[in-house]
Design a protein around this ligand. Structure first.
Ligand SMILES: C[S@@+](CC[C@H](N)C(=O)[O-])C[C@H]1O[C@@H](n2cnc3c(N)ncnc32)[C@H](O)[C@@H]1O
Length: 239
């Protein structure tokens, strides 16, 4: 079996598998007006760390969707053990199993990059309310690596294309978003992370883990290091 990067995240059950982790999530959400009436879709929820945080903090309606069964099962276990009334749904971002205009917010934390982006973004605009907001933390091509480097990295992450900030901007516009705010993600200060529970690792390990998955983890660490100036992240706020 050929494992992918996402298989690796699922087997290790990595929570907060996006740059900045839960700490950045909290910061982004704290700027929004969210109350008990708000409905939020955590698309590509992974093991559900963000969904659980939102449900506990805001007591609002949370729906968590993922196309990976292992991830979704781990998210469900988390919600069950915390007794959180979160609607967990198996499905794909490109074909969301929801009616039009259902959500006030969609959170995509390092997810849309892995999808068929134009299709997923059109689905997001469809299921958002007219004044709904998409909050997305996504990979952005900063500098032009060589063709070989691009291919190697695309293959590793299993994504079809990397986009620059302006390409993302156009994709959001084409999907029907009118206002697009962009913020570059900057790694938090090392000192800021010390003794910080939000930055602590959150793993929900599968019972058996193939050694090849460890190799994938190491390769991800290696690629992150060598491409740190070429592949960055942005936080997009689209409405
Ligand atoms: C990098 S992980 C991020 C998980 C989670 N958002 C987090 O921050 O911890 C990407 C997640 O997106 C999910 N995913 C990838 N493609 C998807 C798709 N087309 N539809 C739904 N989920 C998808 C994966 O299964 C995985 O759980």
């Amino acid at each position: 079996m050929n494992y992918t990067y996402l298989d690796c995240l699922a087997s290790f059950g990595v929570g907060g598998a996006h740059p900045g982790g839960l700490k950045l999530t909290k910061r982004i959400l704290s700027r929004e007006y969210i109350n008990q009436e708000t409905s939020i879709l955590d698309v590509g929820c992974g093991t559900g760390q963000t969904s659980a945080y939102i449900a506990e903090k805001y007591r609002c309606s949370v729906t968590s969707l993922d196309s990976n069964n292992t991830m979704l099962m781990k998210a469900k276990q988390r919600f069950l053990s915390l007794k959180l009334p979160i609607n967990s749904v198996y499905g794909s971002a490109e074909n969301l199993p929801f009616p039009d205009g259902l959500f006030d917010f969609i959170l995509s934390e390092s997810v849309t990059s892995f999808t068929d982006v134009p299709l997923a973004l059109r689905e997001f605009t469809r299921v958002l309310k007219p004044k709904g907001v998409l909050l997305a933390i996504e990979m952005v091509l900063e500098d032009l690596p060589s063709k070989e480097e691009v291919k190697r990295t695309l293959d590793f992450y299993g994504v079809s294309q990397f986009f620059t900030e302006s390409q993302w901007h156009n994709l959001f516009k084409m999907a029907g978003f009118k206002q697009i705010g962009v913020e570059k993600f900057k790694q938090f200060d090392e000192d800021e992370n010390e003794n910080d529970l939000d930055s602590a690792s959150d793993f929900l390990l599968s019972e058996t883990i193939d050694d090849r998955l460890l190799d994938i983890f190491e390769k991800h660490e290696y690629l992150t290091k060598i491409y740190r100036d070429k592949l960055g992240y942005c936080i997009f706020r689209c409405s």
